[in-house]
Design a protein around this ligand. Structure first.
Ligand code: R5P
Length: 364
């Protein structure tokens, strides 16, 4: 194997123990702003020192990762479909080798969709990518993607997909854990790394990590089970204790709990959550159907200029100067002095003394 190729692989699979802890944050390439990855820099920054490499797209690399931090990059170079499109398997190569070199990628990652409508296209793309990347000594990681059938594929399917990826020249294969996982590893002549999959309880994710390593994987490329955890740093450190420290599930889970106690700040990423928040008891503000923002009790919240939300009858909030909010018929709230908004025809409220607004023609 060429020196450059070997050296790059060694950045990802650590030669000291032949293990790898890759942090996956490439989800946005087909899922958009995935929960807890809405602001990639916020999610990635605190975890960077705890992983061996980072799997992402060039967009997130350029916008959200400090180029001065020496983290090996596994660059996703395939895409072209989305979760709301017709077929997730319809992917092409979207990044040139020149750009990957410019970004100093340690490896390129792309998905193949074995058994899907676009099986041939993705497998041929893998072969071509390997040929091109090898010219520059860059390894290729093939993902045996399963689209929406995540968690439904057995060892027979995953062995087939992993073997096909390796036959096309992939240097590392990323796949999913399954029963009889050893069968998948044994029939794949290149190292296997396991994806975490959808969020499951922390102990179960640690169990998945442990079973994957025990079954012969070199490591995990985990995303949601780390950064969607209540305590991502504690979680990645617990995962690391299995991948690089030979902890068993109990050891790792005990470490996770201990680290959570030492760092009770519950999930520094929580603020990113912007939907499904429930108003606290006592709030009398009602956003319109479709709004997902809920102010906390005691907030004297002011909608920004340009919002067209309507307070319900009985609310006593005051729009800021310059808002052109229209109270619903029957509201008796009073605009602050200096507001020049116009109540809708039919409202019969009276401005406070000192307000200089003028009701529109036709208002009572
Ligand atoms: C597939 O390649 C995805 O883009 C993710 O990189 C992969 O699924 C790993 O992330 P997670 O552990 O969240 O499944």
């Amino acid at each position: 194997m060429d020196w450059g190729l070997q050296n790059r692989i060694s950045r990802i699979i650590k030669p000291t123990d032949n293990r790898a802890l890759m942090l996956a944050v490439d989800h946005g390439y087909f899922l958009g702003p995935t929960e807890k990855l809405e602001v990639p820099r916020k999610t990635i920054s605190p975890l960077l020192t705890h992983c061996d490499s980072l799997m992402l797209t060039r967009g997130v690399q350029r916008t959200s990762v400090n180029p001065k931090f020496p983290i090996p990059i596994v660059l996703r170079v395939s895409g072209g479909s989305s979760i709301i499109g017709t077929d997730l398997s319809n992917e092409e190569i979207t990044v040139s080798i020149k750009d990957a070199i410019r970004l100093n990628a340690s490896a390129l990652a792309m998905s193949i969709f074995v058994g899907s409508k676009y099986e041939k296209q993705t497998i041929v793309n893998l072969g071509k990518l390997v040929s091109e990347a090898e010219e520059f000594g860059i390894p290729v990681l093939a993902v045996t993607a399963v689209g929406k059938e995540i968690g439904q594929k057995d060892a027979r399917y995953l062995s087939l997909a992993c073997r096909i990826a390796a036959e096309q020249g992939a240097h590392i294969v990323k796949t999913y854990y399954c029963d009889n996982f050893e069968k998948v590893v044994d029939s794949c002549p290149v190292p296997i790394i396991v994806a975490g999959g959808k969020k499951i309880p922390e102990r179960n994710a640690l169990e998945l990590t442990y079973n994957s390593i025990k079954g012969g994987a070199v490591g995990v490329d985990m995303g949601r089970n780390i950064w969607q955890s209540d305590n991502p740093i504690s979680m990645i450190r617990a995962v690391r204790s299995i991948v690089h420290g030979n902890s068993n599930v109990n050891d790792a889970f005990t470490l996770y709990q201990k680290l959570c106690k030492e760092n009770p700040v519950k999930n520094s990423l929580k603020k990113q959550k912007i939907k499904n928040i429930q108003p606290k008891k006592g709030n009398n503000f009602q956003p319109k159907k479709g709004n997902n923002f809920q102010p906390k009790k005691g907030n004297n919240f002011q909608p920004k200029k340009g919002n067209n939300f309507q307070p319900k009858k009985g609310n006593n909030f005051q729009p800021k100067k310059g808002n052109n909010i229209q109270p619903k018929k029957g509201n008796n709230f009073q605009p602050k002095k200096g507001n020049n908004f116009q109540p809708k025809k039919g409202n019969n409220f009276q401005p406070k003394k000192g307000n200089n607004f003028q009701p529109k023609k036709g208002n009572i």
